[in-house]
Design a protein around this ligand. Structure first.
Ligand SMILES: Cc1cc2nc3c(=O)[nH]c(=O)nc-3n(C[C@H](O)[C@H](O)[C@H](O)COP(=O)(O)OP(=O)(O)OC[C@H]3O[C@@H](n4cnc5c(N)ncnc54)[C@H](O)[C@@H]3O)c2cc1C
Length: 472
């Protein structure tokens, strides 16, 4: 029997699923809430140039993901040399760390303090570190934790590191000890295997969104349908089996399977007869939003980094992207520079509802504090983009709530939640793409690969060899 699949969301997860299904001649219909293709990984034209939503570096060692990239982007990519630094206490630290640069930026007293706390932690480690704070302190010692992790992490998540689950550290910085960091610094990071420190990456010449724009074209050329501006409101379930969806305008669409990359919490709200305990667990999960402030500066030589992590607590933003330093095709011959500053906020924070003028003035002021632009610098243009529910917050206890939800949804047949907010996983593009491909393959091959495990399994994080881990 021919299968029909509905996909909710036209981001990396949804479109990699739709692309894989289309390639296998399966009837696919995508429902996207917004007018955009690419979700948080979209690219768009701005002031005659091309930009992404903040920095979007693509990296994976998993062949399925790299094949997807190659098939779609073909030769239209370039290799970008990663140059990124950390700004802390009026100084710039190369990131990945370089020994001489670190030593040159820190006082002798601070260096001794780093070594003292590192040694102390080695002698008296915490046995089962459950929080981000304990996990990182265990590996690096208290002083390095404070300089390189605490302030940035607390800006990003909006809660103290002592309330963040160690899962987040385990996903992002597993295996990187002080010894490895210093050893890498000595070697100049050659041969460095650690995932967050890769210093060259493939980047589509017309922005990261190319991957998803082209996937959407492929789906449509192969008789798939993509509906934009069609938010899905509820899911039709009969006898524990998913039968289709209902859009916000009341249209009912039936399908053999529904793959959902809409927020997991909204998915559950849109389902009938969800047990109280599951809804209770869902109500405990929450997200952090991002405000992106784009500024066009009338100069082409501001600084060389692709992006800068701003750890200093005296400014509110946490990262600055300089699109001029990615690849010339983004600038389209223009002489000005587009910067993008990231501010993070909860729904209830006043900055989330601040107006555009307030936000652009704040961003300009903070760039001057960092001395990245002069007092007299000409800012041609400003644009604000608000991205809701960007980061699933891994607050202590979130894992228990997610377990309740996963167990419940595992018993609903033909409904497959995937993606960053779709599965409440702190995914990069590669994880969401892999979830999409494997969701489609589960349908095509009648298999049951456990998609909840993607981006949680440390072996996958380290070696990129997902097959051995998942298909047991
Ligand atoms: C500032 C920033 C920087 C990042 N940097 C990187 C990076 O360097 N490298 C990297 O790999 N990743 C990066 N990411 C992460 C990357 O953007 C995401 O991992 C990726 O886009 C997640 O894909 P997704 O499909 O799971 O979710 P999304 O991209 O969020 O797509 C979900 C889609 O579902 C749609 N939707 C939501 N609700 C509904 C509904 N009810 N009905 C229909 N449609 C709905 C949304 O409109 C959206 O289009 C970054 C993200 C941000 C915000």
């Amino acid at each position: 029997m021919a299968k029909k699949v509905i996909v909710i969301g036209a981001g990396p997860a949804g479109l990699s699923a739709a692309y894989t299904l289309s390639k296998n001649d399966i009837d696919v219909e995508v429902f996207e809430a917004s007018s955009n293709i690419g979700g948080m990984s979209r690219s768009f034209d701005l002031w005659g140039q091309r930009v992404d939503l903040g920095p979007h570096r693509f990296f994976s060692k998993e062949p399925k993901i790299n094949n997807f990239f190659d098939e779609i982007v073909k030769d239209d990519y370039t290799l970008v040399n990663r140059l990124t630094r950390i700004y802390y206490k009026k100084r710039f630290f190369d990131y990945p760390l370089k020994l001489l640069n670190v030593l040159g930026n820190l006082s002798i007293a601070t260096i001794f303090s780093i070594l003292f706390y590192y040694g102390k932690q080695r002698l008296f480690p915490v046995r089962n570190p459950e929080t981000f704070e304990k996990w990182v302190t265990n590996r690096f010692g208290k002083k390095l934790y404070t300089i390189f992790f605490k302030y940035y992490t607390e800006k990003l998540w909006g809660i103290p590191c002592s309330k963040i689950d160690a899962d987040w550290a385990a996903q992002r910085i597993k295996g990187l000890s002080l010894f490895e960091a210093v050893w890498n610094a000595f070697k100049g990071n050659k041969g460095n295997k650690h995932k967050t420190l890769v210093d060259e990456f493939s980047y589509p010449k017309n922005g990261t969104g190319t991957l998803y724009e082209r996937s959407a074209i492929y789906v449509e050329e192969n008789d798939g349908v993509i509906h934009k501006n069609k938010p899905v409101q509820s899911i039709v379930i009969e006898n524990n089996q998913c039968k289709g969806i209902i859009t916000i305008d009341g249209e009912k669409h039936e399908a053999d399977y529904v793959i959902s990359s809409m927020p997991l919490t909204s998915l559950l709200k849109g389902m009938d007869s969800v047990p109280k305990a599951v809804l209770g667990a869902s109500n405990k999960l929450y997200f952090r939003n991002t405000i992106l402030v784009y500024l066009e500066i009338d100069r082409d030589d501001l600084f060389e980094d692709n992006w800068i992590y701003v750890h200093s607590p005296e400014v509110k933003h946490g990262r600055i992207t300089n699109f001029r330093n990615w690849c010339p095709s983004l600038n389209k011959g223009k002489k000005s520079t587009i910067l993008c500053l990231e501010f993070w906020a909860f729904d209830s924070d006043s900055i989330w509802s601040a107006d555009d003028k307030y936000l652009s003035d704040l961003a300009i002021r903070e760039l001057k504090v960092l001395k990245l632009i002069n007092e007299s610098e000409v800012v041609n243009n400003a644009k604000i983009v608000r991205v809701p529910k960007c980061y699933p917050v891994y607050e202590i206890g979130y894992r228990n709530h997610l377990d309740v939800i996963e167990n419940y949804l595992d018993n609903i047949e033909k409904l497959i939640p995937i993606g960053r907010y779709g599965a409440f996983k702190y995914n990069n593009q590669d994880h969401s793409i892999l979830m999409g491909i494997l969701a489609a393959e589960n349908i095509i091959n009648n298999t049951n690969v456990d998609l909840w495990k993607i981006n949680t399994d440390t072996e996958y994080q380290e070696d990129g060899d997902v097959k051995d881990v998942l298909i047991q």
